[in-house]
Write a protein that binds this ligand. Sequence first.
Ligand code: ADP
Ligand code: MG
Length: 562
Amino acid sequence: MKETLSFQTEVKQLLQLMIHSLYSNKEIFLRELISNAADATDKLRFESLNQAALLENDGDLKITVTCDVEAKTITVSDNGIGMSREEVIENLGTIAKSGTKAFFEQLSGDAKKDANLIGQFGVGFYSAFIVADEVTVETRRAGAAAHEAVRWVSRGDGEFSIEAIEKTERGTSITLHVKEAEAELLSDWTLRRIVTTYSDHISVPILMKQAPQYDDEGNIIHAEELEAVNQAQALWTRSKNDISDEQYQEFYKHISHDFQDALAWSHFRVEGKHEYTGLMYVPKAAPYDLYEREAKGGVKLYVKRVFIMDDVQKLMPMYLRFIKGVIDTSDLPLNVSREILQQSRDLDQIRAGAVKKILAMLEDLAKNRAEDYTTFWNTFGSVFKEGIGEDAANKNKLAGLCRFASTAGGDATQNVSLADYIERMKEGQDKIYYITAETYAAAKNSPHLEIYLKKGIEVLLLTDRVDEWVVGSLFEFEGKKLASVSKGELDLGDLANEADKAEQEKAQEAAKDVVATIKTHLGDKVADVRATTRLTESPACLVVGEFDMSQNLQRMLAQAGA
Ligand code: ADP
Ligand code: MG
């Protein structure tokens, strides 16, 4: 029986958008379909660890790409995990990703901007409709009987049909009926070029028709046989010297679902107590769900080249949640469960090692590719800074990588490192001064800065929400204490000269009566009223005690309803 169902509204929207804004990148449809086929073989390999019967005596996992010029079709098949009827409806009819709503809210209608956003959202299966006017999916889940297979057909116009079919081969076969205008895709040569460009790193063989060969009389010989066109070896297991930048970038796009190139990566092998290989990437742009704390983790775990799982919270600390990559280790059992992983000390140590490599990569970026580091900082800085409170072991390293706005710069750009600051410190200065505020303008114009500006002392202007947490966790850097300019007594340490002290005393003496009057009026609304030399322009300012919450933090807590 054939049933017709409607796509979820978001799917319809996404389809429209995709067809319009990704047209100039239309070749990616093949990368996406192959990527899904590869994921399906990964899933089967993993599930068969505990259930060998799922392999149905056919453990040669592979992907096949063929085209039929007459019928105007391209077919991508795999013998991976396949899908049940429910899974087909769920996976190909709805979007289950977290943050989907937020994603649609961010769309602007500007094709170029939207294309980038869609890229970060993950184009996936629906990209088939960029080049096809009809898509047919035939699939049978591993372990299910031949008559339990399903056929899903859609023209990408809002609905799809689904019916039961017979299918002897396990897995999924996706056939695109290519649009008239895209007929040039219907050539083995073109498809082969696309596959080798985008999917060389896929770790199962991708079989395609051999390039035609000719005999002496010019006749084509054995053009029907299929051969693997990719290296079919997990990229991270190969030696660095054998991998080109393009190959690294294509692998990045495969695992991240990102559309653009990565900003930087680190490929490392660790031997000794723990043995693992890691390949970690920093993206160029933030994902649409960067601030969703429940968003999926970006690092996949493999054990001896078998994919185990993604979305393992424990693989990366929260403050590095934007990192994409793989970790492959031989230290864990193949049948490791999520629960065991949660308590695994081996995994803790592997993670600590991987974090070190990532920080080293960022240090290298900061030192040798300043412009790229700025991109990194502008994109991920506010998330990265969470690490100062989260990762005590690496606190100093993280602080060294942080960048801030300061009174030395003319604008809100965060480009001052603590090392830069220390280098510019005045003679006799022994503290790193900062102010926290809600906005750059509020920080920059704060009366608390007046005396510092007058004396030419640099002050860091901290205006990210996370900065309160940063200064609450980072007490010093390279022996220099951090000090808020808006807390406690004005303390310039050795920067205050005799004249300043005399002036302070004089001011106090002169203002004695005024201070007494103000005190009576304000009563217990304030802890104290003092005359100060802190101000050079403004008549008065509010100051909190040295050990009290800053005004900024009080405001943030109030906003949060605390
Ligand atoms: P993603 O790959 O990011 O999950 P896609 O849109 O590419 O998103 O695919 C949606 C879902 O459809 C996949 O997560 C998977 O569950 C299912 N799927 C797609 N292609 C296949 C396939 N060849 N075999 C099995 N499942 C598939
Ligand atoms: Mg996909």
